[in-house]
Ligand binder design. Structure first.
Ligand code: ZN
Length: 56
């Protein structure tokens, strides 16, 4: 099972891996705001889509 967190603005993959980590940990928030590292959009934690794929 592969877990992927995707920016809801640009669709960039912010995390992809086999471990389900806390979103806060993945995004490394400093001030409570979460920025997409690709498009720079400030997102709330609820704006992230969590996609889970079955590994082939
Ligand atoms: Zn983005």
């Amino acid at each position: 099972m592969v877990i992927e967190i995707v920016c809801s603005v640009c669709g960039a993959s912010l995390y992809s891996g086999f471990e389900l980590k806390p979103t806060k940990e993945i995004l490394n928030s400093k001030d409570g705001k979460f920025r997409c590292k690709h498009c720079g959009a400030i997102l709330s934690i609820h704006d992230f889509a969590l996609e889970i794929f079955k590994a082939l």
